[in-house]
Write a protein that binds this ligand. Structure first.
Ligand SMILES: *Cc1c(COP(=O)(O)O)cnc(C)c1O
Length: 395
């Protein structure tokens, strides 16, 4: 019988993943290995585009394209009318952030683990509109201090926006607790779920978020160049998407337009439909395994990896938080992170480097150098873990 850790049939999943035969892939927070159905959905659509024409292939795939919204709706526990498909998580997040009517003195509350691109948008909005940015301090465990967040609320706070899982470590911010505070105070809550989508069971009702951005290529194992935005139905009419076009809006009279009814008012006309179908296949793949099983398996593997890393002389594990997920970051004394990554890469072991500028508030507070990031996924095996640890020990 095939062993099924946490209901995960490792052998089958690895056989389904062509990359598993090539590399020990611990860069799932960068881009995970796509499973076969994701690759095939894309190739099949590209072939049809070549054979019958791009517009015609889209018409032929209309029902399958529509089904992608249904899949994401099941992933997030939201309606298909609350989803916009876009090219990446940054665009999804920016569309949401810039849909607010920012005025001088408006305040955005964020957390120390905030992602660089989001914080750059705050700085840009501060320069452009005169908004204020306040970063909620972290508690002793390193996660956002929710009590401090509640104390920092005032009438000028227009948005609470935090990163669920940062790019630089295993921290899982208590998003549902933040959501409770946001809801109790009637303040919109934007959650960057880029690293959590596909590894953590996300439910927008339980999280209490009003907006959520995510990408296809990371833990969801979808194609590069895919992403999506969730917009709570009740917020839709209060927001003003920054870019109307002939897909998101209708030009009904020479001097008047009306938005689409649903969250697709955040989309634009052109799509990489092959990528979009690949994203749908990736979400269906994750749903078939079950997000709770994925979440357990990833957290367990990461926790094993952290204990084994900590036992290697010279390694310091840097992950924060009460609850930790699949991203493991560390330093190896006497070796720059880029050198470690390069030497592992030469042995077909993929890790990446987290640079302080990706999460500057956190990196500054903790005085972090470049970190090696080994991010595990459910398809990683014990053998791959042995190879990674063995390679680090010989460095
Ligand atoms: C990768 C990442 C993003 C950006 O995602 P893209 O799809 O590259 O735009 C945003 N937030 C976090 C926390 C990330 O790790």
């Amino acid at each position: 019988m095939t062993p099924k850790p946490n209901g995960i049939d490792l052998q089958r999943l690895r056989a389904d993943t062509p990359g598993c035969a090539e590399v020990a892939h611990f860069n799932n927070a960068g881009a995970a290995l796509m499973p076969r159905p994701v690759v095939e959905a894309q190739i099949a659509h590209l072939r049809r585009e070549a054979e019958i024409g791009g517009y015609e292939a889209k018409a032929e795939a209309a029902a399958r394209i529509e089904a992608v919204y249904g899949s994401i709706g099941r992933l997030l526990n939201c309606g298909t009318d609350e989803i916009a498909l876009v090219e990446n998580a940054t665009v999804a997040w920016d569309l949401a952030f810039h849909a607010f009517d920012w005025q001088p003195g408006d305040k955005v509350l964020t957390a120390e683990a905030e992602y660089a691109s989001n914080y750059l948008a705050y700085l840009h909005a501060r320069q452009r509109y005169g908004i204020e940015i306040a970063a909620v301090p972290s508690d002793a465990s390193g996660q956002i201090d929710v009590a401090a967040l509640a104390r920092m609320l005032d009438a000028r706070v227009k948005l609470i926006a935090i990163t669920h899982v940062p790019t630089n470590g295993g921290l899982v911010n208590p998003a549902a607790e933040v959501g409770k505070v946001a809801k109790a105070n009637g303040i919109p809550f934007l959650l960057d779920a880029c690293q959590s989508a596909g590894q953590i069971d996300l439910d927008v009702e339980a999280l209490g978020c009003d907006l959520l951005s995510a990408t296809g290529r990371k833990y969801l194992r979808g194609p590069r160049g895919t992403g999506f935005l969730y917009v709570r139905r009740s917020l839709l009419e209060q927001l003003d998407p920054p870019f109307p076009d002939l897909h998101s809006a209708r030009w009904v009279a020479p001097d008047r337009y009306v938005w689409r009814e649903d969250a697709r008012r955040f989309e634009n006309w052109e799509f990489n439909h092959a990528g979009l179908l690949g994203l749908g296949a990736a979400v269906d793949y994750a749903l078939a395994l079950g997000l709770p099983a994925i979440e357990d398996r990833v957290a367990e593997l990461a926790s094993d990896l952290r204990s084994r890393l900590a036992a290697v002389p010279g390694i310091d594990v840097m992950d924060l938080g009460e609850n930790r997920c699949g991203l493991c970051t560390f330093t190896l004394a006497g070796h720059a992170a880029s050198e470690v990554a390069q030497k592992l890469r030469a042995q077909a072991i993929n890790v990446s480097v987290s640079d302080p500028n990706g999460t500057l508030l956190d990196a500054t507070r903790r005085g972090l150098p470049d970190l090696v990031r080994a991010s595990v996924h459910y398809y990683n095996s014990a053998d791959e873990m042995d190879r990674l640890i063995g390679a680090l020990e010989t460095l």
